[in-house]
Design a binder for this molecule. Structure first.
Ligand code: SAH
Length: 336
């Protein structure tokens, strides 16, 4: 649907009618991307980061974090195990850790590609040449949230970073033929519903293949410790409106949603989402990759997470996708 900004704002503000909105988004989801839920095995392979984003628990300035990165072999091994328990997509996420040089990343990507999986990278801002090399090594998708399109707010929250540069990176990634994933946080300090509406229009405009909406959850060891944070309801409404605007994209039920409510991801799957990214990180690393407090499943194993979410998905009458689950662009024209 081609909503204008005012229509989006109205839907985002309408807490009373949200059930109707969720139902509509659920119907559009079924019509365009079907009942399959695509699972992605998420490996959090390093919590070392050169950036200092005010909201993030693994920001450089948080000296209480015990830092780690997996070795090359550990990372490949984690991916092998995830592929063995049935994941057809591996998402590799980390802070901006320069230990992972271009050559190292390429070797890792080439090794993991042999497990017959799609690879999504989520490692932040790199150079064009690096993105190109990763793509040539076999990476299929790239996930990097724009976080907010309010440039002033972005620069307040990421004082050392440039919004324009992040945008340029997204454009490079797209040009190189990756499937492009992005998204935002909802409930950032000073963020308005108007700016969330702009974010949704932006995501549609740049032609994303996947987008995640996560509530902002203040981390006690960051400068935003005392902030209010986002609500699950507003995050779900944002996600549902996004489904109506972009009916055929992949939308994950985000982990941050489940951190605010024990059924957060199932609620999301019934309000427009069609993807879940269970954690396949092992051991202590899971706890140490703490972007926000209250992270779910920190004591669980990959096998447990896979079967737990699998049962929940089947209990709501959905099926687990068996393929790679890439963006199936719809040929159907959206009716207003
Ligand atoms: N370095 C990578 C991965 C970042 S972590 C990159 O730059 O893309 C993944 C996402 O976690 C971020 O993009 C952000 O949207 C989210 N995140 C970080 N801190 C958060 C918090 N306190 N609450 C909720 N989500 C958070």
């Amino acid at each position: 649907m081609d909503f204008n900004k005012l229509q989006i704002i109205k839907l985002l503000n309408d807490a009373e009618q949200q059930k109707t909105l969720f139902k509509k988004a659920d119907n559009i989801r079924r019509q365009y991307v079907g009942d399959e839920v695509h699972l992605r095995g998420l490996i959090e392979f390093s919590n070392i980061c050169r950036n200092n984003c005010l909201y993030c628990g693994i920001r450089r300035g948080n000296n209480k974090v015990v830092r780690y990165h997996m070795t090359e072999d550990e990372l490949i091994d984690t991916a092998r195990k995830a592929a063995n328990i049935g994941f057809k997509t591996i998402v590799m996420q980390s802070g901006e850790d320069m230990y992972y040089t271009q050559d190292k990343m390429c070797r890792i990507i080439e090794a993991i590609k042999k497990f017959d999986v799609a690879i999504t990278l989520s490692i932040g801002e790199r150079t064009y040449d690096e993105y190109k090399a990763f793509r040539e090594a076999g990476a299929d998708r790239y996930l990097m949230r724009i976080e907010t399109t309010d440039k002033d707010l972005y620069h307040k929250l990421d004082p050392e970073m440039s919004w324009q540069h992040r945008y340029d990176c997204l454009m490079m990634i797209k040009e190189l033929g990756y499937e492009l994933g992005s998204g935002i946080m909802v409930g950032l300090p000073e963020q308005t519903v108007e700016s969330i509406a702009d974010d949704l229009l932006f995501l549609k405009d740049i032609g994303i293949d996947m987008a995640g909406i996560g509530p902002f959850i203040p981390h006690p060891q960051t400068p935003l410790a005392g902030a209010a944070g986002g609500t699950l309801d507003l995050a779900l409404r944002t996600m549902a409106v996004m489904r109506l605007m972009m009916p055929d994209i992949n939308i994950p039920a985000t982990t941050a949603m489940e951190s605010l409510h024990p059924k957060g991801r199932i609620m999301a799957l019934q309000a427009g989402a069609n993807v879940v990214m269970p954690n396949v990180t092992e051991g202590e690393y899971r706890k140490l990759y703490e972007l926000y407090p209250g992270k779910i499943c920190v004591n669980d194993t990959p096998v447990h997470c896979r079967s737990c979410i699998g049962m929940k998905i089947e209990a709501i009458g959905r099926t687990i996708g068996k393929g790679y689950g890439g963006h199936q662009k719809s040929m159907q024209k959206t009716k207003d």
